[in-house]
Design a protein around this ligand. Structure first.
Ligand SMILES: Nc1ncnc2c1ncn2[C@@H]1O[C@H](COP(=O)(O)OP(=O)(O)OP(=O)(O)O)[C@@H](O)[C@H]1O
Ligand SMILES: Cc1ncsc1CCO
Length: 217
C-alpha cells in the first residue's frame, strides 16, 4: 500500500485490491491504512490483511482491532500465532515469527472466519484456508520458504492479485473468493517447490523463488 496519508485513498481508486501489512506499522501509517481501506470498501475493492507480528506488542493488537472494527476485510493471512491471537486465543509471537504449539488451529481459524465473514489463511508447513463453512489444507511448498523472512508478506500480496483477478474476470473464471485463495496458495507453494529444486540455501532460494513467481507471468 502507498503509505502516505495524503494519497492512500486516491491510490486505491486505481487499484484492484488493497493489501494492508502491519510489518512496519506506525500511528500515521495506521491512519493512512484506515483511509485507504474505507475507500476500498466504498469501491468494493477486496482488502487483504496481513497482521504481521500481532500479539508481539500491545500496539499491534490495538492496530489490528481498529482495522477489523472499521473495515470489511475479505482475506486475512497470518501465521498460526497471528491468527490465534486475532481469534482471542493464547498465542506466542516472537518478533514476527510464530512459536509454540497450536493443536486447535483448524477450529480457531474457522471461528475467526465466521466472526469476520472473511476467508482466513494460516501459513505454515501445511497451509489452511477456511471460510465460515469449509476448510482446505494444502501440504505443498518447501521448508526453505519458512527460512526466508518476507515469504508470508509476499503470499499476502499474491492473495491480493488472485482476489483482484477473480473479481475482474468473474464472468470468465467464475471463481469464488475461497477458490481464488486456494489457487493462489497452491501456485505459491508450487513456486517454492520449483525454487527448492534449484537453490538449497536461503539467499539463493529467495532469488530463485522470486524468479519462479515471475515465470507465472
Ligand atoms: N516447512 C514448510 N514447508 C512448506 N512450506 C512452508 C514451510 N514453512 C513455511 N512455508 C510456506 O512459506 C510461506 C510463508 O509462511 P510462514 O508461516 O513462514 O509465514 P510468516 O511467518 O508470516 O512469514 P514472514 O513473517 O517471514 O513473512 C507460506 O507460503 C507457507 O506455506
Ligand atoms: C513486512 C515486514 N516488516 C517487518 S518484518 C516483515 C515481514 C514479516 O512478515
Amino acid at each position: 500500500m502507498a503509505p502516505a496519508i495524503e494519497e492512500s485513498a486516491q491510490m486505491v481508486e486505481n487499484a484492484a485490491a488493497l493489501v494492508l501489512n502491519l510489518g512496519t506499522i506506525s500511528s500515521r501509517q495506521l491512519d493512512s491504512m484506515l483511509k485507504a481501506g474505507k475507500r476500498a470498501n466504498e469501491l468494493q475493492i477486496p482488502i487483504v490483511l496481513d497482521p504481521v507480528g500481532v500479539g508481539a506488542s500491545k500496539y499491534r493488537g490495538e492496530a489490528a482491532q481498529k482495522i477489523l472494527s472499521e473495515l470489511k476485510i475479505a482475506i486475512i493471512k497470518g501465521n498460526k500465532a497471528e491468527i490465534s491471537f486475532l481469534a482471542g486465543k493464547s498465542a506466542e509471537v516472537l518478533g514476527v515469527e510464530s512459536i509454540g504449539e497450536y493443536t486447535e488451529i483448524n477450529t480457531t481459524a474457522t471461528e475467526l472466519a465466521q466472526k469476520l465473514e472473511a476467508v482466513v489463511v494460516v501459513s505454515s508447513e501445511v497451509d489452511l484456508i477456511c471460510d465460515s463453512s469449509q476448510i482446505k489444507e494444502i501440504k505443498r511448498g518447501n521448508p526453505l520458504m519458512g527460512e526466508v523472512v518476507g515469504t508470508g508478506c509476499m503470499l499476502a500480496s499474491s492473495l491480493g492479485v488472485f482476489a483482484a483477478a477473480a473479481e475482474a474476470e468473474a464472468e470468465a473464471l467464475n471463481l469464488s473468493l475461497f477458490e481464488a485463495v486456494q489457487t493462489a496458495v497452491y501456485y505459491y507453494s508450487l513456486a517454492g517447490e520449483k525454487a527448492a529444486k534449484k537453490a538449497k540455501t536461503p539467499a539463493k532460494f529467495k532469488l530463485e523463488f522470486m524468479d519462479q513467481i515471475y515465470l507465472y507471468k
